[in-house]
Write a protein that binds this ligand. Structure first.
Ligand SMILES: [Fe+2]
Length: 486
């Protein structure tokens, strides 16, 4: 048998292949070995959201004047019976903690579906307006880091706030990016307004844990202004609906609403703006009376109202006619500037013209044959863009109504012609900037694109002037379903 020596070149190739083979097989073996010795186990909610002595779910809210007070809530395990907050005017240097003063918190135990925890609440009072404060919370042994917040100015300065429609689902995996992108756009926001359905299951401790985890330290730096949606309602012991047991221990909100609706129906004044939060889930007639009184006593230049159920629903068969009949005449009478809602899991924003009646709108929709046609027709009619059946601008009161959604649950839009801008399948946050007699509204997508924008300008003796601003992207809409032939 003839035998030839391999060349040096082929020997080198063989050695390289052998080495590569050893590395690959070694890697595979190591990986297989890991799988056998350390099986992956799903982390259970009870473990993931278990309270400890170290505070979590830290959130700033107000139950007083934002110029001089600030409330903070947090959660611990039940071993912590006395929560303590420390506060001091923040300084650029690191020695400010020496001057901090202590504020004792109140605690309440909450038994959830996963555990029992203590929820603590402390209120800082007699603060200086327009001042940066540092604070931390704990128990004397375990302390959080020092957080900072800024009290509202005494001089009615310009400010911004962020508004979120329903977060509700996949809060940890899919909503977190929205609140964090909003922070990147409006890091100096005065507050974060949540128009209900923060979570999906009223009494799910894991979902509340996800909601707080998504906002994380933002909630400890920027106050929240939440109102409850239908998903914060739970089945009560008497069979009726009641507010989630998590709501009041989690936040310290104003108690200036009707009796029994403390912290779910309330007002607060920030700079030149009256913010009215209402609980549209219940006792709507009683809240109408309260709203009338609040607005009759209002001295603020701007009025922003928020609640969960839309006055003009964007969804088919989701009309809230009773609510509209009760509350809209009051918004009209007092020329409320902006109404921010959720519930319909789409986006829809009106101009200043809205239908005289929704049945007229439905009739015209039926006559037009398709909503796409109706939208096209309505934008061609008249000098002021007003279709038949839509109140003319000079007969109107200047209120802009918005429905929005920030979480990933999405519905169909019925695409009414009086909606100036609509969206489906789009997670959004809104930044509202108020500067003297000008309000600028920006709806941005989860990736920061300007989706919708307008300005409102105050005019003495007249309704607001609405200035539409060109968005950066086309409308996001699902393809229309074909109309069945008769
Ligand atoms: Fe919802």
């Amino acid at each position: 048998m003839k035998y030839t020596m391999p060349s040096w070149r082929s020997l080198l190739v063989m050695i390289a292949l052998l080495v590569a083979g050893c590395v690959v097989s070694g890697a595979v073996q190591a990986h297989e070995g890991e799988d056998h010795t350390h099986p992956v186990i799903a982390v259970q909610p009870a473990e993931m959201y278990a309270p400890t002595a170290m505070p979590d779910r830290i959130v700033l809210t107000w139950n007083g004047d934002p110029r001089t007070s600030q409330a903070v809530n947090w959660r611990t395990s039940v071993e912590v019976t006395q929560g303590i907050a420390e506060i001091v005017e923040a300084e650029a240097g690191p020695y400010f903690p020496e001057k901090a003063v202590q504020v004792m918190a109140t605690a309440e135990a909450l038994k959830t579906n996963l555990n029992t925890a203590h929820f603590h609440s402390a209120t800082f009072k007699n603060l200086k307006p327009g001042t940066v404060y540092a604070y931390r919370v704990g128990d004397g042994t375990n302390w959080t880091e020092w957080f900072q917040f800024r009290t509202a100015s005494a001089k009615n300065e310009a400010f911004s706030f962020v508004y979120f429609g329903d977060a509700q689902n996949n809060l940890r995996s899919m909503w977190s990016r929205v609140i964090r992108e909003a922070y990147r756009d409006a890091p100096k926001a005065a507050f974060l307004l949540h128009a209900g359905d923060l979570i999906n299951t009223a009494e799910s401790d894991a979902e509340w844990g996800e909601w707080f985890g998504a906002g994380a330290w933002l909630n400890a730096m920027i106050p929240s202004v939440p109102i409850p949606g239908n998903h914060e309602q739970a089945r009560g012991e008497d069979g009726g609906r009641r507010l989630s047991h998590h709501w009041r221990p989690s936040f310290t909100l104003p108690t200036n609403g009707p009796d029994g609706l403390e912290e779910s129906c309330y007002t607060l004044v920030y700079s030149n703006t009256l913010v009215i939060g209402m609980n549209s889930n219940t006792r709507q007639a009683e809240q109408a009376e309260w709203l009338e009184r609040v607005l009759s006593e209002n001295n603020s230049r701007w009025v922003v109202c928020t609640f969960h159920h839309p006055i003009y629903s964007t969804g088919k068969d989701r009309d809230n006619a009773e609510l509209r009949a009760l509350w809209k005449p009051i918004f009209d009478k007092y020329k409320v500037d902006l109404v921010l809602t959720g519930h319909d899991h789409t986006y829809g924003r009106t101009g200043l013209e809205v239908p005289a009646t929704l049945s007229e709108q439905a009739e015209r929709q039926a006559e037009a044959g398709s909503v796409a046609e109706l939208r096209a027709v309505s934008t061609r009619v008249g000098d002021v863009n007003v279709a038949a059946g839509v109140q003319k601008v000079d007969e109107q009161t200047g209120t802009v109504y918005v429905v929005s959604v920030s979480g990933p649950k999405m519905y169909n839009h019925q695409r009414q012609d009086f909606m100036k801008r609509v969206a489906e399948d789009t997670q959004l946050y809104q930044i509202i900037h108020i500067d003297g007699d000008m309000l600028r509204f920006e709806a941005r997508t989860a990736i920061g694109e300007l989706y919708d924008a307008f300005e409102l300008h105050k005019r003495d003796g007249k309704i607001n002037k609405l200035v539409e601003i060109e968005p950066e992207v086309p409308e996001h809409l699902r393809p229309l379903e074909p109309v069945a032939a008769e």
